[in-house]
Ligand binder design. Sequence first.
Ligand code: ASP
Ligand code: MG
Length: 409
Amino acid sequence: MRILKGVLVQKYGGSSLSDAENIKNAATRIGKTFDDGYRLVVVCSAMGQTTDQLLRLAMSVTPDREPREMDLLLSSGEIISSTLVAMALRAKGYPAISLTGLQAGIRTDGLHGNARIASVDTTRILSEINSGNIAIVAGFQGFTDNFDVTTLGRGGSDTSAVALAGALSAERCEVYTDVDGIFTADPKIVADARKIDEITYEEMLELAAYGVKMHPRSIELGSLYNVPIRISSSFSDQIGTLVHGGIRTMEFGIKVTGVAYDRNVAKITLRRLPDRPGVAALLFERLSAEGISVDTIVQNASLDRYTDISFTVGRDDSDKAMETVRSVAGELDVYDMVADSTLCKISIVGSGMLNAPGYASSMFRALADADINIDMITTSEIRITCIVPELKVEEGVRILHKTFGLGNP
Ligand code: ASP
Ligand code: MG
């Protein structure tokens, strides 16, 4: 008799399912976990570069991306991989069944291409896993009230997995990819970047948003539902990085956990705006109505009742943001506006940092000594960010990694 343990969710990324061999490897790992007695839900990304290929295919048919059709097309990538994983498991004698996002009860809003999960109806999944099946769920997708298929945004399978783990009160969500976990910096840039064993959701959220690859919304969900997330490689047996909400013990103290960067930065500056109530409200209301998410915002002290506002958006949103600003230029009374896409973001991340003196100044000093000019600065509880020229970003990351003692001793 199989003694049923708690629920575990495993997510396999595209690189871990890139070909038949890797699919069989994933099935071996899934089988072992099942043998341990877990009730198991597996979430799959599309194989390798499938999503990009589908995007290119659509482009070659027509340049216009009709959102509803695009979503149904893109969702097929995850259906392919999840059915193949189920077949690989069944070939090994395991009882596996594949489910689309719709069959798995993942209901979303109607924002095609970037839909948000509204609710998860776990009835079908629970009946599968409670009757001894391994549920293999196609990630990245859900469905609307009209039963149209939606996708959750690029990289969204992470979010599917953590949402399911939350809804099922899973013990843990394990995310398998082709790297050993989360690093103190991008190993492609910093030779002695080290794997981080444990990290809080907040820190991870900053690192995810700044270049370490996990879908940021998955970390928000993990934090909301308190799901521990273990990120590791499907190509090794290393333990990976555990992301959780645990409070750092005093022994850990305050420290910089990692250095992040993000090239996806465009800065928009509005010059000589009248300094009166309602100007910023109008500007950012319009941007948000267009679905443009704004990151760093800086407003200068007012001079002669005029002020400048700069803000950053993702580079993909730069043109749309400029259009939006132009459409309200009259109402805003703005004198001039410019967009700049030659900048990048560098951040140091660590819990409790902001309340401890010295971190900001050490960061600025290190950048200054390397002759790296800082364009904008923002801080949060656990992060200090500088916007710097893109040409200097790699050097900046290496310098900060060293300055804060993150490399090999
Ligand atoms: N296949 C989708 C993408 O490439 C979703 C995912 O991999 O998480 O973005
Ligand atoms: Mg991913």
